[in-house]
Design a binder for this molecule. Structure first.
Ligand code: NAG
Ligand code: NAG
Ligand code: NAG
Ligand code: NAG
Ligand code: NAG
Length: 370
């Protein structure tokens, strides 16, 4: 047996063991029951023209080879060539779907961008901030968003594990496009289409990464604290960001793709909160715009098209807390206690911080942020 085969077998067995244990635990625990609650449906929201099912069944969208004869195209870097060749491919079929997630009234739907191999991140999120629950009659649901595994040689194995995980938890949405950096915008547009199709009665959406700390308690407090209009879009918003023109940078954008001086205001993709009605309108905007390779900037462009300005809130820290990674701030539970989203925590740190924040903390002064 080769090392790889053995490695894969051990990984698979370990994963199945974890899954089996969890099933046993879940089987014993009491299941939260959804309370009936009065609808606060606003007129117009239920007037929905959505098809009611995912209407994309064909994956064949071929490369636009017509571009290759053009000089500006030839001058692009390989990753941008790849992006341009498939930019017109707007929608792909679903591999894993959960239409039932959105049945009934849902107060908060939490959707988390993830990739096939990050089982451990999803596992911790399900046990911490992503736990599905009912708080004061408000139902909270969680879903993870995936494309297809990017490792070609291991794709079939990774896909099997993903399907098994989905069989156990029933919380993965997967589309048939490659999970790559430049395809993150597809994840955004596919989610918006999915949401528009299946979720007419979700009041708020939290969308974020799988490596962040989130306080659901603070989200609920924030949403209740003031009356929010249907254009609510709040997060770690940056105004007047300039496109990055240094080729070495991960976020480099050539002029041919964007030639203005500033980006429209946009919220860091690590975690933001929006009203369900706005999410449905964003779907429309996303369909009318050309795909842009940076997902959070793309959403900023969609908001601009809808003439909605995103709101900056200090409890969303998606661009990193403090520059210094060793700063005490990164380990200070009293700080996390007052936040809504903090980027970026890997599974073990997230678990530890979650327990600290939810323990009997004595915070000398509660920073009022909400
Ligand atoms: C997809 O490709 C197959 C085989 O190339 C072809 O028969 C089919 O008509 C295509 N479907 C669409 C919607 O283009
Ligand atoms: C290819 O590009 C040329 C020039 O932009 C355009 O006129 C033509 O219609 C394109 N062909 C196809 C098949 O898209
Ligand atoms: C996005 O996904 C599609 C479908 O899997 C793929 O053909 C394309 O190359 C991907 N684009 C990038 C930039 O990775
Ligand atoms: C900037 O880009 C837009 C859209 O691609 C194009 O219409 C416009 O001509 C460009 N302006 C300049 C100065 O290159
Ligand atoms: C928190 O602080 C208060 C007042 O200083 C003290 O009475 C209490 O015992 C402390 N609780 C814990 C759990 O440390």
């Amino acid at each position: 047996m080769t090392f790889w085969k053995l490695y894969k077998r051990v990984c698979a067995m370990f994963f199945l063991a974890v899954v089996a244990l969890t099933v046993v635990q879940r089987g014993n625990g009491p299941r939260p029951k959804a309370k009936a609650w009065a609808t606060t449906q606003e007129p117009g929201v239920t007037d929905d023209t959505s098809p009611g099912n995912w209407d994309v069944t064909s994956s064949n969208c071929s490369a636009n080879l017509n571009l290759s004869s053009q000089a500006w195209f030839q001058a692009l870097e390989d990753n941008f060539k790849q992006f341009m060749l498939y930019r017109h491919c707007h929608f792909f079929p679903m591999i894993l779907n959960h239409p039932e997630k959105c049945t009934g009234e849902i107060y908060l739907l939490m959707v988390i961008k993830s990739v096939a191999t990050q089982h451990d991140r999803r596992e911790v999120i399900r046990k911490t901030w992503g736990k599905e629950q009912v708080v004061d009659g408000k139902r909270i649901k969680t879903l993870f968003l995936l494309g297809t595994p990017s490792n070609v040689e291991e794709r079939a194995n990774h896909q099997k594990l993903v399907e098994y995980e989905n069989y156990i938890y029933g919380d993965l949405l997967q589309w048939d496009f490659l999970d790559s950096f430049f395809n993150l915008t597809l994840k955004e547009t596919h989610f918006l289409k999915w949401f528009h199709t299946y979720c007419p009665r979700v009041q708020y959406v939290f969308k974020g990464d799988d490596d962040v700390f989130v306080s659901v308690e603070n989200i609920l407090e924030f949403l209740e604290g003031s009356s929010h209009d249907k254009n609510l879009f709040v997060g770690d918003v940056i105004f007047k960001a300039k496109p990055i023109r240094k080729k070495e940078n991960k976020y480099y954008i050539p002029h041919i793709l964007y030639n203005k001086t500033y980006y429209p205001p946009y919220a860091g993709g690590g975690g933001f909160l929006m009203h369900g009605t706005l999410a449905r309108r964003l779907h429309w905007a996303a369909e009318t715009l050309e795909i842009y390779p940076i997902d959070d900037v793309f959403l900023g462009m969609c908001l601009e098209a809808l003439q909605v300005t995103p709101v900056k809130h200090n409890a969303f820290k998606t661009f990193g807390l403090v520059k210094n990674k060793n700063s005490k701030m990164n380990r200070e539970p009293c700080f996390f206690k007052n936040m809504i989203v903090v980027h970026k925590l890997l599974p073990s740190d997230l678990m530890r911080m979650w327990h600290l924040v939810n323990s009997e903390l004595n915070c000398s002064k509660k920073v009022e942020l909400l």
